[in-house]
Design a binder for this molecule. Structure first.
Ligand code: B12
Length: 331
């Protein structure tokens, strides 16, 4: 096991077996749900645990096996590998760390496959007007709890933010309703991020929205994605003037500065922003992403600023950074 996964499991163990239940605990799943989520039988999952130890579930106070989201994802990955002709013996020899690396790298296709959960979104939106707080939160929490959190981000939380934002823009939801939902989504993303162990070996990555950009959820999703992949995330939120970033970068020496742009700017405004960012990019890698970044791609030519077109590109970029750091730490 890598240092990263040992640390993460130890901290997780502490939260779980020590009975310290924080308000939002990381998702864990009992074996019957794992069987449903992975398509593997309960018996097979237990046999693999005994023989190969690739997935060692935690134990709850009453000794039930408790599988983390990562365990579930790994079991799904093992099943796919077997479907492609691999043998479980060969996979066991490869080891958990290497399998996890390959699994993360192969999840590139998954963000595209993760379509919004439209029916659930319809139900959730109908509970917002008139607001039925307890049913809304019960439904949202229930839906988020039964699937791996990363899947919930793509299928439920981000689409919900878009829906509610659109309804506000159309004047069908008032500001209070929009703020209520936005804050709930933000709380969920941060709660899960706060449960992650600090990974001192991870690449430092700074994430923010530039000045004038108040749409924050894209940046928060990026922060979550970076944190879950083992980066040390410095999340600075919306509306951050680019010149303020320089001294901060000098302190933290980021492996990557990521900026989220949702709104479309005029070419003149975009040029001003890019000029400021170029100064940072002479010393640290800077990438921009989001809808407002894609439309100014033509202004990036000849400069040092990179465009990350979508979350799959982001995923690849982050995995490369994490891998480089891990290899450097091994010497
Ligand atoms: C939600 C929303 C809001 C919320 C914002 C809540 C918040 N605190 O973040 C509220 C209702 C408050 C809001 C307000 C405004 N909004 Co608004 N809003 C939206 C809406 C519906 C969704 C944007 C969003 O959050 N999407 C969720 C994210 C996660 O999805 P995404 O943007 O598609 O991003 C994906 C990728 O691009 C990627 N990504 C994002 N960032 C990054 C970064 C990197 C590095 C990478 C790799 C990837 C990446 O990740 C996401 C994953 O799928 C859009 C319309 C739409 N359907 O897109 C309008 C929209 C963006 N808003 C708009 C406007 C104009 C505003 C206001 C200025 C309106 C006003 N006059 O006050 C204000 C400004 C904000 C403020 N001052 O508060 C316009 C922008 C027009 C333009 N010029 O581009 C839009 C397009 C609506 C429209 N059709 O006119 N808004």
């Amino acid at each position: 096991m890598s240092n990263v996964s040992i640390v993460s499991r130890k901290i997780f163990d502490k939260h779980w077996t020590g009975g310290i239940h924080s308000k939002v605990k990381m998702n864990t799943h009992r074996i019957h749900r794992v069987a449903k989520l992975t398509g593997l039988s309960k018996d097979l999952v237990r046999v693999w645990e005994r023989r190969y130890g690739l997935v060692k579930p935690l134990r709850s106070a009453n000794r039930y096996r408790e599988y983390t989201d990562e365990d579930v994802a790994l079991l799904r990955f093992l099943r796919e590998e077997l479907d492609h002709g691999q043998t479980i013996g060969a996979l066991a020899l490869e080891g958990r760390d290497s399998l996890l690396q390959r699994m993360r790298a192969s999840s590139i296709a998954t963000t595209q496959d993760l379509q919004p959960h439209e029916h659930l979104l319809d139900e959730l939106v109908s509970l917002l007007d008139p607001l039925d707080k307890s049913r809304f939160e019960q439904k949202l929490n229930g839906a988020v709890a039964v699937i791996p959190f990363e899947e919930a981000v793509h299928r439920i939380l981000l689409p919900l933010q878009r829906r509610v934002g659109e309804l506000w823009h159309e004047g069908r939801f008032n500001v209070a309703t929009e703020h209520y939902v936005t804050k709930l989504i933000q709380q969920k993303l941060f709660s899960v991020m706060n449960q992650l162990p600090l990974n001192a070996l991870g690449p430092p990555v700074l994430i923010a929205c530039p000045e004038g950009e108040w749409h924050e959820i894209g940046a928060q999703a990026v922060a979550y994605i970076a944190a879950i992949r083992g980066c040390q995330v410095y999340y600075l939120g919306p509306n951050l003037p680019a010149p303020e970033l320089l001294p901060f970068c000098e302190r933290i020496k980021p492996d990557l500065v990521l900026l989220s742009l949702t709104e479309i700017r005029s070419d003149a405004a975009a040029r001003r922003l890019l000029e400021e960012l170029e100064q940072i990019a002479t010393r640290w890698p800077v990438a921009i992403g989001g809808h407002g970044a894609r439309v100014i791609e033509h202004l990036l030519q000849g400069g040092k600023i990179e465009l990350l077109d979508d979350l799959d590109m982001l995923h690849n970029r982050l995995i490369a950074l994490v891998t480089a750091r891990m290899l450097a730490a091994r010497g």
